[in-house]
Each structure stands twice: as C-alpha cells, then as structure tokens.
Design a protein around this ligand. Sequence first.
Ligand SMILES: Nc1nc2c(ncn2[C@@H]2O[C@H](COP(=O)(O)OP(=O)(O)OP(=O)(O)O)[C@@H](O)[C@H]2O)c(=O)[nH]1
Ligand SMILES: [Mg+2]
Length: 267
Amino acid sequence: MGYAQLVIGPAGSGKSTYCSSLYQHCETTRRTIHIVNLDPAAENFDYPVAMDIRELISLDDVMEELGLGPNGGLMYCMEHLEENLDEWLTEELENYLDDDYLVFDCPGQIELFSHVPVLKNFVEHLRRTNFNVCVVYLLDSQFITDVTKFISGCMASLSAMVQLELPHVNILSKMDLVTNKKEVENYLNPEPHLLLAELNQRMAPQFQKLNKSLIEVVDQYSMVSFIPLDLRKESSIQYILSQIDNCIQYGEDADVKVKDFDQEEDD
Ligand SMILES: Nc1nc2c(ncn2[C@@H]2O[C@H](COP(=O)(O)OP(=O)(O)OP(=O)(O)O)[C@@H](O)[C@H]2O)c(=O)[nH]1
Ligand SMILES: [Mg+2]
C-alpha cells in the first residue's frame, strides 16, 4: 500500500509552498516523503522533485509547436499525461515501494478539477496501483474576507470533491498574512444558519431561496470546514499532516492489527 496527497486549489493559493514546507517538516521529523511536480509550467522548486511531468512533456514545446497560449498549452500537457498514465506513471511509480508517501503538487488551473477528467483518471490510476489518496484543497485566506467569497471558495472545492470522490481536506492557507484573525476564524467552522443570514444580508431579496439551497448543499456535503495553515508554526503543519494521515490511514497498520486481534477475541 502506498499513500498520496493530491494538492490542488486555485492559482497562487500556496500549493507549491505548502509542499516544500511539508517536505522540510518531514525532514526535521525524519519522515520520508516524495514530492511530485505535476505542473508543466513550474520552473523553480524549493523541494527535491521526485517525479516531474516536465520529463514527459514540455509546455514551451507545446505552446510553440501548437500555437497555444499558456492555459491551453497546460490543458494539452495534462491531456497528454492522461493518455500516458499507463506508460509514464506506471513506470515512474515502480520506483516507489510499499509504504511510500507521495505528494502531488498540481497546477492551479481550476478546469483541472472542475470539468476535465484528467485528475479523476489520474487518481483512479493511483488507486489501481494500490495508493490511498487524499485531496488537499488549498484556499487562500486572503480571499475569504466576506461570505460571498467564502461560498464561492466552497463551491470550487465542492466541485473538486464531487468530481474526484476522495477523502478531502480543506485548508485555509497563508494565515500569517491575516490581520483580522477573528474575522477569518468565523469561517473555519461556521454555523450554516449564520452563513445564510449573512448571505441574505449581502444580496438582493430575490436570491433568498437560492442562498438557502446553496448553504444546504455546502452543509450537506460537510464542506464548511477549513483547517488554518500558518507556515510559521511547526504545530500547524504537524496538525494538518496528522489530519491527512488519518484520512488515508497512514501509520494505522499497528492499530489495525490490534483491532483485528480484539475482534477475533470477541467472536
Ligand atoms: N505569506 C505567505 N505567502 C505565501 C504562503 N504560501 C504561499 N505564499 C506566497 O504566495 C505565492 C504563491 O505561492 P505558490 O506556492 O507558488 O502557489 P501555488 O498554489 O503553487 O501557485 P500555482 O502553482 O501558480 O497555482 C508565492 O509568492 C508564495 O511565496 C504563506 O503561507 N504565507
Ligand atoms: Mg505551484
């Protein structure tokens, strides 16, 4: 069994920075993780790159040869990745054995996890190769200064959740930049009825019914929960990692054995 995090979220939300901080954290705690670059447009890395999509396809070549712009070029690269899952990914994964822990640093184009099947097929491939996968969705705390932005952030995360159908951890990144901590903390675990009241207050009366449905959707998918990430604090990274580990049952082998044993005794 292998373990993997798929780190996604809007452009600039802090995915690559999160990956490198996680790497550093694991170095200090003497834990081995491997970071994989899935962004064909990435150029500088603060972490050792274990696998790299740029070895499969070059964005510059694609843009030049096909006359595509940066976003169209990226989508082309990702589709190329999808077509080469069986060859490229399978081969690359052969370097990783049982119990290895991979973290995939994804590009920020929202289409990738909203309406093209690339990442879905990617994770299905990982799961077939016996990986436990968790989606780590980063949202920039700078963008949730009011309820409308918060809901829009939730909806984007939700679209990833329904597409990928994986355990899902929402993270509010860049907490060190937040000046009004109280205001943001209100959105970490908000009461749905308070969100609704706030939304109704912000918007014209004809949207009340829609607002109610929106909040219900978000609430029923248990979306309204974000873990704050403050990279200045080791404890913050540690906590997030432990939540994710929990989702993918990393390090629970010992527990599982104890449970099996107990069960046998009960039977
Ligand atoms: N202050 C602060 N800045 C951050 C933090 N995380 C990321 N940044 C900055 O935000 C910018 C974008 O960060 P990246 O890690 O490149 O974001 P990304 O999600 O990988 O971006 P794309 O790959 O382009 O989608 C950079 O200038 C980072 O230095 C954080 O926790 N605190
Ligand atoms: Mg990045």
